[in-house]
Design a protein around this ligand. Structure first.
Ligand code: HEC
Ligand code: HEC
Length: 335
């Protein structure tokens, strides 16, 4: 089979098995590629340049995001594992929680997390607000509890002043979560070169990067990594075309993915498809942190999700395209 008909076969299979793609999207995935004259038909859309958010809540949420008092022993803040200077992650295969405890899964980025359809690899939190209960109470992350956090924050005169201005009820878990989630919604990395290209600025991409985008579509990566976040809008099995977990070995509970939430056999090894925005900045890759570099991750995806083995040239073109998804935060390109 040639590339296009292989991609078609997989797209049809994926669409049929999940119903996640509309006929229109499947058609776009397969259409002869590349010409940006019909940008509105592209399967990826630009991030918004501006979001209407209450800037005072954003600022308060930022303070809380940096505050280690959200952890039991005052050593770990949200930013310990989601540093904004390190792509919104900790760049470790497994995160380190209080007392040096090692987590069981790779930390995803907080950048653009507001655009994911659900939170966590297995989608167990529906919203950013709900997500925050996880790390605060997780004994291997922050190991605290809301009563403890609220007690500590109420003792701080700065917070005791700042909260009532924004929330009549003062310092409460719901308000803490609201402020942090509002801050997270502000972590939008707009203006990547790829978004500029989508908005009609053709020279924003080099020929190689454009060729990489064409490969990304032709191979069928875009069947799962699509939409505003180039991912983050569906669950998919890791190992569609070959058995990733048997090949890797040492299967853990975290590897079961969505099955841990639903208990359903068909959800075994299914994960939220991660966003590929800023992906060059967030190694290592996958929920198990098993791929140290982006070229490795791309090869593994081709093999286990699409049943393809990429030539080094095609792999490099795709990696070059992925590099154009790095955006800006506070008007500065992420590093
Ligand atoms: C000890 C490290 C650690 C700390 C501290 C931590 N996180 Fe995380 N975070 C993780 C890991 C690991 C995951 C993935 C867990 C999973 O999917 O089961 C995660 C997942 C997330 C996600 C979901 C992203 C997605 O794409 O699914 C968000 C949002 C997030 N964290 C925000 C926060 C906030 C806000 C705080 C502070 C209240 C925080 N984290 C504290 C390690 C940490
Ligand atoms: C059938 C759906 C599907 C297809 C097709 C697919 N992916 Fe993925 N991709 C996923 C899922 C699911 C994950 C998360 C796997 C895990 O860690 O458990 C993922 C993870 C990734 C990651 C790691 C991101 C991170 O932050 O850890 C990269 C990079 C990636 N994919 C690139 C690609 C490329 C390039 C292609 C085409 C060659 C592709 N994907 C095709 C579903 C897919």
């Amino acid at each position: 089979m040639d590339t296009a008909s292989r991609a078609m076969a997989w797209c049809c299979l994926i669409a049929a098995s999940l119903g996640a793609l509309t006929a229109v999207q499947a058609h776009q995935t397969l259409s002869p590629i590349g010409h940006p004259s019909l940008l509105k038909d592209e399967p990826i859309t630009p991030l918004p340049l501006h979001l209407p958010l209450d800037q005072r809540k954003v600022n308060l949420g930022h303070r809380l995001f940096l505050d280690p008092r959200l952890s039991h022993d005052n050593t770990r803040s949200c930013s310990s594992c989601h540093g904004l200077e390190t792509g919104g992650t900790d760049r470790r295969a497994r995160s380190i929680g209080i007392g040096g405890a090692k987590g069981d899964i790779n930390a995803p980025t907080v950048f653009n997390s507001g655009f994911n359809f659900r939170q966590f690899w297995d989608g167990r939190a529906a919203t950013l607000e709900e997500q925050i209960d996880g790390p605060v109470n997780n004994p291997r992350e922050m190991g605290s509890s809301w009563p403890e956090v609220i007690r500590k924050l109420r003792a701080d005169p700065g917070y005791a002043r700042a909260f009532p201005d924004l929330y009549p009820e003062g310092i409460q878990d719901g308000n803490i979560k609201d402020a942090i989630a509002t801050f997270e919604r502000s972590l939008v990395t707009a203006n990547s070169r790829f978004d500029k290209f989508l908005r009609g600025d053709q020279p924003a991409l080099t020929e190689r990067e454009l060729a990489g985008y064409q490969r990304f579509k032709a191979y069928g990566c875009v069947a799962c990594h699509q939409g505003v976040n180039v991912g983050g809008n569906m669950f998919q099995k890791f190992g569609v075309a070959a058995d990733y977990f048997t090949d890797r070995g040492n299967i853990t509970k975290a590897d079961l993915g969505r099955m841990n939430v639903t208990g359903l056999e068909r959800d075994r090894y299914r994960f939220k498809v991660p966003s590929l925005r800023n992906v060059t900045l967030t190694p290592p890759y996958f929920h198990d942190g098993s791929a140290a570099t982006l070229p490795d991750a791309v090869n593994i995806m081709a093999r286990y999700q699409l049943g393809r083995s990429l030539s080094p040239e095609d792999r490099d073109l795709i990696v070059a395209f992925l590099g154009t998804l790095t955006g800006e935060y506070k008007e500065t390109p992420l590093r």
